[in-house]
Design a protein around this ligand. Structure first.
Ligand code: GLN
Length: 481
């Protein structure tokens, strides 16, 4: 049952080949069998089985949605009412969310079954899932390798078939990069497409929720259920959500693909270049035309991002003060002691580093030199994309410089870890949608192709991914666990 797509499962549920309760039990068993991957922080067995029972009843009345009764799971950044919501941090290890994130509400409303909460980098800060208070997630393709971050639990759960599809969030690559490392399909939609209400904030001007699944079709179905205007999120965009499945089979004839010359350089690993070249050839066979584009400001993306994201996180994370949420130190002497020890004990090293960097960048005297400068660079990067996307329909690029690295390999060197985000971060600065599509393997580890589109072209990106998945089977490969 775990090898089937959402449409196939929905069909099986309708024709009573199996019930949602049976399907849910099957996935719960798989989660237990593969607990060593460390993909889940919390498994909500009872809640899932109750939801499955309700789904079976709804299916029997003939009012089911495609996702009714489908076992999925949420990144532990989305608040789930009455369920522990940790954001991968000791700070929230005791936090039971009092309400549901809008994304969770929407999926509950269509009758999707939530199996539990997925491991992630602490407060979504990281590129390898190693900053999680709950430990690294193992890559299902090679358990010595990282699953990627920050949505590492999400990606590993889909790759190991512990959930049919999952939610993720992406501030600088956290959907696309783990999707690439684990050989699954992930889409980060346009900023504002998916509500951030109840999605614990890291860097609010960059954070965006999206879907992760084995195929573009499944990712489209899940994204459709997640997206849409939400009055509770002032940056959510009030525009209708198209049917993301309607255009999946559109021919790609005449599609103009841009390849940024700043990304496809001699520095890119030779195996990676060969893998991506083969994918681009496949697109040419599908009728696409390829053209070089130039985006000269991409080289500033990492420094600009790490100033802006750190500045925003230093403000967002000030709410964790030992008073209102989460961890509180024992026997504080006074208020300052309560703040400093609660925060000192509750946050991990990387989170503290970001708060320090962000506070510094925002401080009087440095604000103009760092924060303001980074915002100016952000505009230049957006303009680069705008120019490139006036010449071509979409931009292709690598997702990561290499396939998944080993657990422990980069964690001691933050700069090296930040450089691993080189291909994903600029897209968040511009607020554009982008996908990672499985495009091959290097030494047994998956490689992703990144497809970047103009604002609100999610349907087109999913069409481009789906077309490729009709002529390749990279997305169908499964790790031997
Ligand atoms: N690796 C980036 C960071 O650490 C992006 C993480 C993300 O997208 N949440 O900030």
């Amino acid at each position: 049952m775990h090898t089937k797509s959402i449409t196939e499962l929905a069909q099986g549920l309708r024709t009573k080949e199996f019930s949602s309760v049976e399907l849910t039990q099957h996935f719960l068993t798989r989660i237990k069998q593969h607990a060593d991957l460390n993909a889940f922080v919390t498994v909500t067995e009872d809640i899932a089985l109750h939801a499955a029972q309700r789904a079976d009843a709804r299916i029997a009345t003939g009012t089911a949605d495609l996702l009714t009764g489908i076992p999925m799971a949420h990144k532990d950044i989305f608040c789930t009412k009455d369920v522990k919501t940790t954001c991968g941090s000791k700070m929230l290890d005791n936090f039971i969310a009092p309400y549901n994130a809008t994304v969770v509400e929407k999926l509950n409303a269509v009758g999707a079954v939530n199996l539990g909460k997925l491991n992630m980098d602490e407060f979504a800060m990281g590129s390898s899932n190693e900053t999680s208070f709950y430990g690294a997630v193992k890559n299902p393709w090679n358990k010595n390798a990282v699953a990627g971050g920050s949505s590492g639990g999400s990606a590993a759960a889909v790759a190991a078939q512990l959930a049919v599809c999952v939610t993720g969030t992406d501030t600088g690559g956290s959907i696309r990069q783990p999707a690439a490392f684990c050989g699954i399909t992930g889409i980060k939609p346009t900023y504002g497409r998916v509500s951030r209400y109840g999605m614990i904030a890291y860097a609010s001007s960059l954070d965006q929720g999206g879907s992760m699944a084995r195929s573009a079709e499944d990712a489209a179905i899940l994204l459709h259920a997640m997206a849409g205007f939400d009055a509770k999120d002032s940056t959510s965009v009030d525009a209708p959500v198209p049917d993301y499945c309607a255009d999946l089979n559109k021919p790609l004839t005449g599609l103009k693909i841009g390849l940024p010359k700043e990304f496809f350089t001699a520095d890119l690993n030779a195996d990676m270049t060969a893998t991506l070249d083969a994918a681009i050839e496949e697109y040419k066979k599908l009728g696409a035309e390829v053209k070089e584009v130039s985006m000269p400001n991409l080289k500033y993306a990492i420094p600009a991002y790490y100033v802006i994201a750190s500045a925003e996180c230093s403000s967002n994370l000030s709410r964790f003060d030992g008073v209102r949420f989460g961890h509180r130190c024992k026997n504080p002497e006074d208020l300052t002691d309560l703040y400093t020890r609660s925060r000192g004990e509750g946050f991990g090293k990387e989170v503290k580093r970001r708060i320090l960097m962000g506070t510094y960048a925002l401080s009087a005297g440095y604000y103009d030199a760092y924060y303001l400068k980074a915002q100016q660079v952000r505009r230049l990067i957006s303009d680069d994309f705008k120019n490139a996307l006036s010449e071509v329909d979409v931009i292709f690029s690598p997702v990561t410089p290499t396939p998944a690295f080993n657990i422990g390999e980069k964690i001691a060197n933050p700069i090296e870890m930040y450089l691993a985000d080189i291909y994903t971060i600029a897209i968040n600065l511009a607020g554009l949608p982008a996908m990672s599509i499985p495009a091959g393997f290097i030494n047994g580890l998956p490689v992703g192709l990144q497809v970047i589109g103009n604002y609100f072209t999610e349907a087109q990106l999913l069409n481009i991914a789906h077309a490729y998945q009709q002529v390749t089977d990279w997305h169908k490969q499964t790790p031997s666990l």
